[in-house]
Design a protein around this ligand. Structure first.
Ligand SMILES: Nc1nc2c(c(=O)[nH]1)N[C@H]1C(S)=C(S)[C@@H](COP(=O)(O)O)O[C@H]1N2
Ligand SMILES: [Mo]
Length: 198
């Protein structure tokens, strides 16, 4: 069967469609390598650094002042659970990258606490990625990465860095935390790219 036949939406004709090897869950598991961080919004900052070293910085108030979106998306974790129709609020990376002069091909996402994950620059654009601060209408809890996390739901959830602190734009690809430990460089759930070599 070609991957296209499985559909790219959570539901199709009322029937639930999942990426290969995934099962449905209703609850929202917490997966963190290390302790849960408490990052106060009064010291929070988000910094984009270009491949030329130019810095673009937002504090919490500036983030809140930006136009936000309310994406409803499906989450797919590499440990095989999927949670459908999750409701978020946050700022699209299209908005944050609008004034950023870059020709980078890759990005490294950095979290408070040192977690990192890499992805192609293009995957941050075109309505595919957000810095989210609300889940289900409530402030995002620390367990799920509050005050703000990256949400990039078309890739396995390890790419959605919790307690996000910044993004470094790069000319060449580099592995992040899980990618260095054998997980796939890209991580497309529909192509079941769990581990390097998949
Ligand atoms: N900073 C940080 N972000 C992270 C992680 C982490 O350990 N640290 N774990 C990743 C993994 S493996 C998954 S599956 C999701 C889990 O998100 P959740 O705990 O909100 O379900 O967060 C991702 N983002
Ligand atoms: Mo994960």
């Amino acid at each position: 069967m070609s991957p296209g036949f499985r559909g790219r939406r959570g539901t199709e004709g009322g029937e639930v469609r999942l990426p290969p090897g995934q099962y449905l869950t209703e609850d929202f598991p917490v997966l963190t390598a290390g302790p849960t961080l408490r990052v106060p919004t009064d010291t929070w900052e988000f910094v984009i650094v270009t491949e030329a070293g130019e810095k673009h910085r937002w504090d919490w108030q500036q983030l809140m002042a930006l136009p936000s979106e309310q994406p409803t998306v499906d989450l797919h974790c590499v440990t095989k659970w999927s949670k459908l129709h999750t409701r978020w609020q946050g700022v699209s990376l299209d908005v944050l990258l609008e004034g950023v002069d870059t020709a980078a091909d890759y990005a490294m996402v950095h979290s408070y606490g040192g977690y990192t994950t890499n992805l192609p620059y293009e995957d941050l654009l075109h309505g595919q990625a957000w810095i989210v601060y609300k889940f289900d209408g409530e402030d995002l809890t620390p367990e799920h990465g509050g005050p703000a996390r990256l949400l990039v739901p078309h890739l396995y959830l390890w790419k959605s860095a919790k307690w996000v602190r910044g993004i470094t734009l790069m000319d060449s690809d580099e592995p992040g935390f899980w990618e260095s430990a054998g997980y796939h460089d890209y991580g497309d759930p529909w192509r079941e790219q769990r581990y390097q070599g998949d």
